[in-house]
Design a protein around this ligand. Structure first.
Ligand SMILES: [Zn+2]
Ligand SMILES: [Zn+2]
Length: 170
């Protein structure tokens, strides 16, 4: 599931103070994006702009908003979808020609991947942390699909706050 998780990492990196070519390269590497050597400060900046667009999908509060956000991503980021079996992999979808530059390929795989994930999860597993002040986004691949925090840490923090306020803890 390269697309959605790559989108999460880019959005979270862009939301913090640590955006740099090195960090972006590290993320692309972790998600097995190929031919990344052409990434420059300039193209990394284009990816940062793209991450801000990706964020809209995670911030959407209903299915219509989510579909609107992802349709914009598909329109801006994909050209044609086709199946590939490169490197002995199982057939999987590519959303832009392989000769495209790294920015175009990252846009395509994140837009296309989020669209597929939205279909498979009925639009319910793409979100942002509900702890106040935390901007971290996630895709929920848990079994029950009820994740509302980016991490156990944020979940625990909120549980403690609720407890202190005398609210019934969940
Ligand atoms: Zn591929
Ligand atoms: Zn959080």
């Amino acid at each position: 599931m390269t697309g959605p998780e790559l989108a999460v990492d880019l959005v979270n990196l862009a939301g913090g103070p640590d955006w740099s070519v090195e960090r972006v390269l590290h993320i692309l590497d972790e998600h097995q994006i190929r031919k990344t050597s052409s990434l420059t400060a300039n193209s990394a900046e284009r990816l940062r702009q793209w991450a801000l667009m990706l964020r809209k999908a995670f911030d959407a509060t209903d299915a219509e908003g989510l579909c609107r956000a992802i349709n914009s991503l598909l329109e801006a980021g994909t050209s044609r979808a086709y199946l590939s079996t490169h490197d002995g992999l199982q057939p999987h979808l590519h959303w832009a020609p392989e000769e495209e530059d790294v920015v175009a390929r990252v846009k395509a795989v994140t837009a296309g991947g989020l669209a597929l994930f939205t279909v498979e999860s009925a639009g319910k597993r793409i979100g942002a942390c509900t702890r106040q002040g935390c901007e971290t986004v996630f895709v929920d691949t848990s079994r029950n699909g009820r994740r509302s925090y980016c991490s156990a840490k944020c979940g625990n923090y909120d549980a403690v706050q609720r407890h202190r306020q005398g609210a019934p803890s969940k």
